[in-house]
Structure formats: structure tokens, C-alpha cells
Design a protein around this ligand. Structure first.
Ligand code: SAM
Ligand code: SF4
Length: 334
């Protein structure tokens, strides 16, 4: 599939649920989102059909996300179905990791290729503050479980926020002794209203730490700690990604920088997103949505294709610095 700006679109991110076992302050309100009803979200069979139709159009990679994808019942069976869909070459998942100690082995056996685990702070107190209900040790155990189950690469994604004052050097150092690929992602004021520029967590545009500045901060702290600096990595970990990768000399893993704002990668955008309630979004930052659910419930495969193609045709050339959206990330599917 080629969009109107000449980009090949072969990557589909599917949100399996808007529910989550965390309540991260930048992702959803404290009381949780107004949860979608059972028949509002796509059934597993509808998702399988969507993947089959999308693969027929040229989608090769699928990412399962949410909300927290591992709280969706039957996720292992869905992974099995998606990985065995003709044309699908890669299936990955973004998770907070809490359920991985229980599920990593089954997910690996079901054919899941890769996991990204989200972890924003290595301080137990701050972890509780950011996730509202989560425990740092659970996510750390999830990372161990992913490595033990044999996932490779295992990526750890940290959203960087100026007012959080995270220990960036300790994060980067996670990549030294184990094959972990730590990626720093610029905070996106997604749920922020454009007028205030501030979201529910009180974070706004001023909290975005441009990746170049962050690289400088890490190297300065490394020098002060008597450690070597990060240097551009020789190899990029497998898996498409807009990150720029660095490494500590001799380290087993890498450190990546993802800069959706300071160095947006819209020109290389290769994706469409589907929300848990079956809306296709041509762009994370645009509130334009196309209704797949109706086509999946009452339409032919041709009609499902038609909705995907309409969304493809509506992909903007770039996000033009419009970062406020009507839905929060947990509702869109991050
Ligand atoms: N629950 C899973 C998890 O946390 O990995 C998957 C869904 S979560 C919405 C996906 C990713 O979006 C997480 O890494 C989270 O940190 C990120 N995210 C959520 N809100 C964000 C924001 N405003 N800016 C940047 N990243 C955000
Ligand atoms: Fe849940 Fe992930 Fe959002 Fe945190 S970032 S509330 S773990 S969906």
C-alpha cells in the first residue's frame, strides 16, 4: 500500500483493549477511562479477519498494544492466529510487563517475535507516582521474564519528561550487561488541550526533552561517573524503528533515541493504527478516524479493504506540530 505522499505502508498497530492494570498519569485519568463495553471493542475473530484482509493489502508487521494488551483474554490464541496469517512477517507487542512472568513463555511459543516493555523510571517511589498503582519490581520481573523466554531483541521504552528528573544514566546503563535495548522517547503532550498545552499530569510542551539534549546529558553524567560515552551503534537491533541507536563500547545492548517532536520521522511513516473500538487512525496526532468495526461486522472483505484504503488516502504528510488529541494514549493505542 502506498499513501498519497509516496510512503509504503506495511505496519499496523492494533489496540486490543482500552483497559489497563496501570493508570499512568500521562496516559489515562485516575479513575480509568470510561471503559468501552464488550461489544464496542473488536472481538478476537474480528481482529483476525482484519489482519488477514490487511495482509492481503501488503501489511507485513503487526504490533499489538493497548491499554495493556496482556489483560485481554485469549491474547495468546490471537498471537498464534496473527503470526500464522500468510503475509505477516513480524508480530510484536508493547506491554508494561507486569503479566510477562506468567505469560512470556506461552507468547513466545505462540510465535510472538518481539516485546517492547515500557518503563519510565528506576525509582520505586517515582514508579508508583507515575503509574499510580504499579510496582517497579513487577515490571523489572517482566523484563527478566522476556529475556529468559528468549525474546530478542527486548526493548525497554522510557518516555522522558523534564519535570520527572529521571536517572537517564542508570537507564542507559541497563544496556551494558544484558542484551537490552533501551530507548528514550520524547514525551508527547498527546492528551493536552492545544489552548493550555498541558495534559492531565500537568505536563506539557515544556516537558519535552529534545533527544540531542538528552544525549548530551547522558554523556556528561557518564563522564562525571568515569564511564565511557555513548557512541553511534554499529548495528541497529532488528525491527523497524525510527530510533537513532548508540552504545557504550563493549555493551551487550544499545541505547536508542526516538524523537517524534524534535526530529519528527513523518517522512518515513509506514503505519496505520486501529483503536480497540475498531477505528483506523491515519496519524497518531490527527483525530480523523475511519470506522472499521461496522465493515467488519456487517460488510464484505471488500468493504473492510475500502475502509483501510480510505484511511491510507487520508494520511497527512506530517503532524505539523499539532500534538493535542481528543483521545488519550490508552484510548488510541500507544
Ligand atoms: N500498556 C502498554 C505499555 O504501557 O507499554 C501499551 C500501551 S501504552 C499506551 C504504549 C506506550 O505509549 C507506552 O510506552 C507509554 O509510555 C507510551 N505513552 C503513553 N502516553 C504517552 C505520551 N503522552 N507521550 C509519549 N508516550 C506515551
Ligand atoms: Fe497502561 Fe500503558 Fe497507559 Fe501506562 S502507558 S496506563 S501501562 S496503557
Amino acid at each position: 500500500m502506498r499513501d498519497g505522499h509516496g510512503r509504503i505502508i506495511d505496519y499496523l498497530r492494533i489496540s486490543l483493549t482500552d483497559r489497563c492494570n496501570f493508570r499512568c498519569i500521562y496516559c489515562m485519568p485516575e479513575e480509568g477511562v470510561c471503559q468501552l463495553g464488550r461489544d464496542e471493542i473488536l472481538s478476537l475473530e474480528e481482529i483476525e479477519r482484519l489482519v488477514r484482509v490487511a495482509a492481503g493489502l501488503g501489511i507485513k508487521s503487526i504490533r499489538l498494544t493497548g491499554g495493556e494488551p496482556l489483560v485481554r483474554k485469549g491474547v495468546e490464541g490471537l498471537v498464534r492466529a496473527v503470526t500464522s496469517t500468510p503475509g505477516i512477517q513480524n508480530v510484536s507487542m508493547t506491554t508494561n510487563g507486569v503479566l510477562l512472568p506468567k505469560m512470556a513463555g506461552d507468547l513466545k511459543r505462540a510465535g510472538l517475535n518481539r516485546v517492547n516493555i515500557s518503563l519510565d523510571t528506576l525509582d520505586a517511589e517515582q514508579f508508583r507516582q507515575v503509574t499510580r498503582v504499579g510496582r517497579l519490581e513487577d515490571t523489572l520481573a517482566g523484563i527478566d521474564a522476556a529475556l529468559e523466554a528468549g525474546f530478542n531483541p527486548v526493548k525497554v521504552n522510557a518516555v522522558t519528561v523534564r519535570s520527572l528528573d529521571q536517572d537517564f544514566l542508570a537507564f542507559a546503563a541497563l544496556s551494558i550487561d544484558r542484551p537490552l535495548h533501551v530507548r528514550f522517547i520524547e514525551f508527547m503532550p498527546v492528551g493536552a488541550s492545544d489552548s493550555t498545552g498541558v495534559d492531565g499530569a500537568g505536563w506539557g510542551k515544556r516537558d519535552v526533552i529534545p533527544s540531542d539534549e538528552l544525549l548530551g546529558i547522558i554523556n556528561e553524567r557518564a563522564r562525571a561517573a568515569g564511564m565511557p560515552e555513548l557512541v553511534p551503534a554499529n548495528d541497529k537491533p532488528i525491527g523497524w524503528g525510527p530510533a537513532r541507536y548508540y552504545e557504550f563500547p563493549g555493551a551487550q545492548g544499545t541505547v536508542g533515541f526516538i524523537s517524534p517532536l524534535s526530529r519528527h520521522f513523518c517522512a518515513e511513516c509506514n503505519r496505520l493504527r486501529v483503536t480497540a473500538d475498531g477505528k483506523v487512525r491515519p496519524c497518531l496526532f490527527s483525530d480523523e478516524e475511519f470506522d472499521l468495526r461496522e465493515a467488519l461486522r456487517a460488510g464484505t472483505d471488500d468493504e473492510v479493504r475500502g475502509v483501510l484504503m480510505a484511511a491510507l488516502g487520508a494520511k497527512p504528510d506530517e503532524h505539523h506540530d499539532k500534538v493535542g488529541t481528543e483521545r488519550t494514549m490508552s484510548a488510541i493505542g500507544g
